[in-house]
Design a protein around this ligand. Structure first.
Ligand code: SF4
Ligand code: SF4
Length: 287
């Protein structure tokens, strides 16, 4: 768009308007816990995973991503990205090779949602955390805020999007399981209500204490997540961060957000106006 005085006024006008669509209190409301035990969640039992990548392939197919090429290789750690919303890594541990799938953790109180001033990153009442293209201003605060380094920006694209796993939100609201869960031949992935999955996870640990460390990753990390993990080895050996604590990240920023006048947050709002004025396309609600 050619920058004329008229366009500039339009942009600044939109920026002022943009400041109205989300205030800090509303932003925090999106991260409030809504009975996490009944939310939809996934249990990943790494002791059952054989590294077949069926979950990766199903995810790629469901989300229209490029075909899976890399393989789990203990000498190389693969990360999720705009073209791979879930990846399986082969971890060398004291107990040998352990495969582990990673993706968005769908936190109970997500830092990405707390950081997003336009509510583009959104914690659904059902549990999955989704990204909404029509609301995104491209500030990438969600990327900075995420303790698990999950949201990724399409830097090489003309119309870049934030990309990440949406826990197949469209499928699960129609009563289906996420594509990765459906595809897993080992039942290493279970899908259901978070409370029920925690009961199953605790029962597995109690029934076979020699086969599991006595910890369910995600039960309390960063205030709890909707992806839960079981493992036979300490989670740090699988590349998990174990230094995140049990306090939800939005709790750390709450005091700051409640005390900052909205005018100080107008920089991002200006970007939102600019993005709208320069004709970003609206679109889907799923990352
Ligand atoms: S893992 Fe990161 S992107 Fe996913 S919900 Fe948590 S904070 Fe948001
Ligand atoms: S489909 Fe199941 S067994 Fe295969 S890599 Fe994924 S989680 Fe592991």
């Amino acid at each position: 768009m050619k920058t004329t005085r008229r366009n500039l006024l339009k942009v600044t006008g939109l920026a002022a308007g943009a400041s109205l669509f989300m205030d800090p209190v509303e932003a925090l409301a999106g991260t409030a816990p809504k009975d996490p035990s009944t939310q939809l969640a996934m249990l990943v039992d790494t002791s059952r995973c054989i590294g077949c990548q069926s979950c990766e392939r199903a995810c790629a197919e469901k989300n229209g991503l490029p075909a899976v090429t890399g393989q789990p290789d203990s000498s190389q750690r693969r990360a999720t990205g705009p073209e791979a919303f879930t990846v399986v890594n082969d971890n060398s541990t004291a107990a040998g090779s352990v495969f582990c799938k990673s993706q968005c953790m769908h936190c109970d109180q997500p830092a990405c949602v707390s950081a997003c001033l336009t509510n583009a990153m959104y914690k659904t009442p059902e549990g999955p955390v989704i990204w909404r293209e029509d609301k995104c201003m491209g500030c990438r605060y969600c990327m900075v805020a995420c303790p698990f380094d999950v949201p990724k920006f399409e830097y090489g694209s003309i119309n870049p999007r934030i990309r990440k796993c949406a826990m197949c939100y469209d499928r699960v609201t129609e009563g289906q399981q996420p594509a990765c869960v459906d595809a897993c031949p080992q039942e290493a992935l279970l899908f259901g209500q978070r409370g029920q999955l925690l009961t199953i996870a605790r029962a597995r640990i109690a029934e076979r204490p020699a086969d599991y460390v006595n910890h369910i990753y995600g039960e309390s990390e960063v205030g709890g997540t909707n992806v839960l993990y079981l493992a036979a080895v300490p989670f740090e050996e699988l590349g998990f961060r174990t230094d995140l604590g049990t306090v939800a990240y939005p709790e750390h920023t709450k005091t700051f957000l409640y005390s900052v006048p909205l005018v100080l947050l107008l920089g991002p709002a200006f970007l939102a106006g600019l993005r709208q004025a320069t004709g970003s396309k609206g679109g889907g609600h799923h990352g």
